[in-house]
Design a binder for this molecule. Structure first.
Ligand SMILES: NC(=O)c1ccc[n+]([C@@H]2O[C@H](COP(=O)([O-])OP(=O)(O)OC[C@H]3O[C@@H](n4cnc5c(N)ncnc54)[C@H](OP(=O)(O)O)[C@@H]3O)[C@@H](O)[C@H]2O)c1
Length: 319
């Protein structure tokens, strides 16, 4: 793979490497868990300097404002043009457990709002205001349902209601493409079997210790691009020191992070690495001048454990 872009089912291109704009901690329970948007001032500024054109934020990350201000300054100084950037945001994140520091104003459970469609529309307008942009390149439904309500019928109706709002935003030109996050094949089937817009992407947790070839094959068969979030398992499980990946890093003269990202790209996935370190940010973009051979790809595929090691909730637990 030498082309740094993929093509969406809308016909538009998307940079294959996006900068993850979620700053905070959710894997180390010895420290405060939750979002730390203040880290985005430095992180997103450096990411633009490093040359990232694709930024992956979300309503609940609390970093839309940072993305908006930093991109705004770059636009005003003529450093970038809006058309050269690919901005993703996400809506409809359910409430998180109380020990996790995520704003209750930015998250809500499907059953706890009087009018889901109105809430999604209001959240979208708030996102746009913070971003200071007339449109987003990609709007994603953050989760297929909430983490408490186990009623399949209710969750399905709610997904369809939210999707209807998303479709209206495409029609109006507010969103150039719409997609989903954390959807299983069953969740996506709910949309497709109702004859609705096929999502442009499915963004889910995907790294050597959390692989789902069946879901990837399903997405491929429907021309849904896969985006790998937490491509380094949020830095947990010692994945960046894995002996198999370290050996391949030695063979290729690259870092373990670059090997993981290159593996993802060669598997046909957009990658969304987050870093606060300018050197690692730059490294995570330098992926198009080396290649892994089939044996190396197979070795990383084989790292998939029987039970996935996740940094977030298993989407299969959502009805
Ligand atoms: N849709 C969803 O539900 C969802 C959920 C989770 C995440 N996401 C998206 O995915 C993005 C990335 O996920 P994430 O932030 O959880 O974690 P991640 O990108 O998997 O891992 C980040 C960790 O890896 C380190 N790191 C980055 N580049 C490295 C390199 N080249 N070598 C060694 N270490 C490196 C970072 O440390 P330094 O910062 O010190 O470099 C940080 O500790 C998020 O920002 C967000 O955009 C989406």
């Amino acid at each position: 793979m030498t082309d740094p872009n993929f093509t969406l089912n809308t016909g538009k291109t998307i940079p294959a490497v996006g900068f993850g704009c979620a700053f905070g901690n959710w894997t180390d329970d010895t420290e405060m868990q939750g979002f730390r948007p203040e880290l985005a001032w430095h992180g997103v500024t450096e990411a633009l300097k490093a040359g990232y054109q694709h930024l992956d934020t979300a309503h609940c990350y609390g970093t839309e404002r940072h993305v908006g201000d930093i991109v705004g300054r770059a636009l005003s100084e003529g450093q970038v043009q809006r058309e050269d950037l690919f901005i993703t945001t996400k809506l409809a994140h359910p409430a998180a457990p109380p020990h996790v520091a995520i704003s209750h104003r930015l998250t809500w459970n499907w059953g706890s709002v009087p009018d889901i469609q109105q809430r999604v529309m209001d959240d979208f307008e708030a996102s746009k205001e913070k971003l200071g942009m007339g449109y987003v390149d990609l709007l994603l439904m953050h989760w297929p349902g909430d983490f408490v309500n186990k009623d399949k019928g209710f969750a399905r109706e709610a997904r369809l209601a939210i999707w209807e709002v998303f479709e209206s935003l495409v029609k109006r030109g507010d969103a150039h493409a719409i997609g989903v996050c954390n959807f299983t094949a069953d969740h996506i089937e709910d949309l497709i079997s109702a004859g609705r817009t096929v999502p442009a992407v499915n963004q889910f947790e995907l790294h050597p210790y959390c692989q789902d070839p069946e879901l990837e094959a399903y997405c491929q068969s429907h021309d849904i691009l896969v985006e790998a979030y937490a491509p380094f398992a949020s830095g947990a499980y010692g994945i960046l020191k894995d002996p198999v990946i370290s050996e391949i890093a030695q063979q290729t003269g690259r870092s373990t992070g670059q090997v993981i990202l290159r593996w993802q790209l060669q598997c046909g996935r957009v990658v969304l690495p987050k870093s606060s370190n300018p050197q690692r940010m730059a490294q995570n973009l330098q992926l198009f001048d080396f290649e892994l051979d089939d044996a190396q790809i197979a070795k990383i595929n084989a790292l998939s454990p029987k039970e996935a090691k996740r940094s977030t909730v298993d989407p299969a637990t959502i009805p």
